[in-house]
Design a protein around this ligand. Sequence first.
Ligand code: F6P
Length: 324
Amino acid sequence: IKKIGVLTSGGDSPGMNAAIRSVVRTCAYHNIECAGIYRGFQGMIEGDFKEMGPRSVNNIVNKGGTILKSARSKEFMTPEGRKKAHDNLKNAGIDALVIIGGDGSFTGGLVFNKEYNFPIMGIPGTIDNDIFGTSHTLGFDTALNTVVEAIDKIRDTASSHNRLFFVEVMGRDAGHIALNAGIGAGAEDILIPEENLGLERLLESLRKSKTSGKSSSIVVVAEGDKIGKNVFELGDYVEENMPEYDVRVSVLGHMQRGGSPSCFDRVLASRLGVKAVESLLEGKSNFMVGLLNDKVELTPLEQAVKGHSEIDRELLRVSEIVSI
Ligand code: F6P
């Protein structure tokens, strides 16, 4: 391998820049070339490449977002689009790829690898933490800190007005953000897709909370929860059934994806970038680098895409106990 291409794809996440930096500098360390590919697979199709050296990635370790930009490419889903992408890579002398993204990006990479036998390595970058083969995806820790900080602020006003707040957080179909940030922010209840509390049990739990002497409450709701009502309908439903509560709803939205990465995410990104490049140089392909038991390990990309990143059920119990 003489030249590695690096791209970010799918939803951006804090720590992607630190991973790009690590990939670029690991290439330089091993005296191979590196090209940044802009706008993910779409940039591959359009030949939007830039040669990158150690100085191209100065002062980005602390920056949120991705300097390479990100996109979801429909054209890459077609054989014609992938052919264009392959021709461009060949013309630019790029002979391996590091893909920083989530499972959609890895699936695209796998299809490309099957068609062209092109070496690829994945780095998990998404705030959702929904990828099998790593305890943490890049951006998850930062997003948790952002959510906790936001809920702390909501708690101030909730307690001043004796209110009940439903706070919706991201996570797509997974409840990792809700569960962890919920515990961290001291939520009274946490609604996640993996465990449907049900409306009746929610009301019961809120009643208990009131009779136990709590004057305000925070319920963290994962956007993918299965309770059958969106967060605003849920707020209305609770207010109708429990007029003793003054209910407000807050949807945190995309602010959860931005901001300077936490130290944890920066260190993780640096470790994963080194391992991704060095694994390609050892002739490995079709793996994702991830963190397992605090060691950087390889998981076959196919498994990372198909496997389930289970929530830690013990956290549900912890949450129930500490919110009593
Ligand atoms: O996968 C990251 C994520 O932020 C999810 O939590 C959320 O469901 C989705 O992306 C939002 O996507 P978009 O930015 O395309 O609206």
